[in-house]
Ligand binder design. Structure first.
Ligand code: HEC
Ligand code: HEC
Length: 341
């Protein structure tokens, strides 16, 4: 009897300990068989306390002029860190940006950022939304002043970076500790690729995967199914937004209307689609590829071989794309808001 009692106490105690267990290792990890990441970890070594600081900042509207918008406003975890239902981003004072907020995952493997590749470093990327007129619209000086005066952040920066003099590079490194940690590599797709026991594509998913290999993988390639290439998938210019994509950065006519080939991970959740969010549903995306019209800018991969997709093929492809959903990532508690102690 006493023994059973003791056991009960022991079990309840360990359950309690589990519930209150604190995060003690940095969540970044290298998935099996993935290439070496591009992020310079030497310049910002992984540190779980800095991660927690970055996480708090990511969720804090203190980084916007009127304290109304945080990074998470446009990058919401449950929708794979994108702004669900907003074709183009929605920032301070209801200002509408030109582009759809991309989903954030596996950024450590990228060499450049934004739809046009205009940003070359994940650390410095954060300066962009903070100071952007249509996003958070605040000066770095003002952000640093707020952090210096904050009873939460001033001690947190001192504890993690050992400084009372918070500089922009401390701020962006803390944020990057969080964004670099967003690794999504445990979708059904990954489990099938890793040949995990008992996991298999359904017949329909397998048909979709074969169609994907025939029509899509030439651009949406590698473990992230997209990433650093700039291409045209045949979208025509939106006459109002007049967004010429990669050409805005390089100034070269040959780059007109090229955009990043985005990663397709968690695509089921990151609607609407494309750089300007013009398509609401995966079905619309399928329609686009199935009825592709040749135009001057269309990239060679699609010019050479236009996808010939029957309506059943489109359903099969969508079934395959849904195997890229990684629920563990979307609901990972470590990425959720948690206050600094
Ligand atoms: C008002 C909405 C908005 C806010 C607020 C916002 N972002 Fe973004 N984010 C975007 C948009 C839109 C893009 C794409 C920009 C482009 O292509 O020009 C983007 C791009 C990014 C990228 C690059 C993703 C890629 O695939 O290239 C990262 C990383 C990122 N944001 C992180 C952040 C962080 C960190 C914050 C807070 C400091 C933040 N964002 C705040 C809308 C927002
Ligand atoms: C020529 C290279 C190329 C090929 C081949 C290609 N795509 Fe794309 N894909 C792109 C580019 C570039 C974009 C972004 C276009 C933009 O926003 O202007 C894109 C965007 C997408 C998006 C929207 C992603 C998002 O986050 O908004 C989906 C879904 C997609 N492609 C699926 C497919 C499927 C399915 C196939 C095969 C039938 C395919 N793609 C073939 C280049 C390609």
């Amino acid at each position: 009897m006493l023994k059973r009692h003791l056991l009960f106490i022991l079990v309840s105690f360990s359950l309690l300990a589990l519930t209150f267990s604190t995060l003690d290792t940095h969540p970044f990890y290298l998935p099996q068989n993935w290439p070496k990441p591009s992020y310079n970890f030497k310049g910002n070594p992984l540190d779980v306390e800095k991660f927690k600081l970055g996480r708090a900042l990511f969720y804090d509207p203190i980084l916007s002029r009127d304290s109304s918008i945080s990074c998470s406003t446009c990058h919401l975890q449950y929708t794979a860190f994108t702004h669900v239902d907003h074709p183009t981003s929605h920032g301070i004072d209801g200002r509408i940006g030109k582009r759809n907020s991309p989903s954030l995952a596996n950024l450590a493997w990228r060499n450049d950022f934004h739809w046009d590749g205009g940003v070359l470093n994940l650390n410095s990327q954060a300066i962009n939304p903070i100071t952007h007129h249509d996003e958070m619209d605040i000066t770095l000086d003002e952000v640093l002043r707020r952090l210096d005066h904050s009873p939460i952040y001033a001690p947190a920066f001192e504890k993690t970076f050992g400084t009372q003099d918070i500089r922009p590079f401390h701020l962006v490194k803390a944020l990057a500790q969080y964004t670099v940690a967003l690794v999504s590599a445990n979708a059904k797709y990954d489990q099938v690729m890793r040949k995990e026991e008992g996991v298999q594509f359904s017949e329909q998913e397998l048909k979709g995967y074969n169609l994907f290999k025939q029509n899509c993988i030439s651009c949406h390639s590698g473990p992230t199914l997209g990433g650093d290439l700039f291409r045209s998938n045949g979208l025509i210019l939106d006459p109002e937004l007049k967004d010429f994509g990669r050409m805005t950065i390089t100034g070269k006519a040959k780059d007109s209307l090229l955009f990043r080939v985005p990663s397709l991970r968690n695509i089921e959740y990151s609607f609407p689609y494309m750089h300007d969010g013009r398509y609401k549903k995966l079905k619309d995306v399928m329609d686009h590829y199935a009825h592709l019209e040749d135009n001057q800018v269309l990239s060679k991969e699609l010019k050479r071989k236009k996808p010939n997709l029957s309506s059943n093929d489109q359903k099969d492809l969508i079934a395959f794309l849904k195997t890229l959903s990684d629920k563990q990532f979307l609901f990972d508690d470590r990425f959720k808001y948690a206050p600094l102690k």
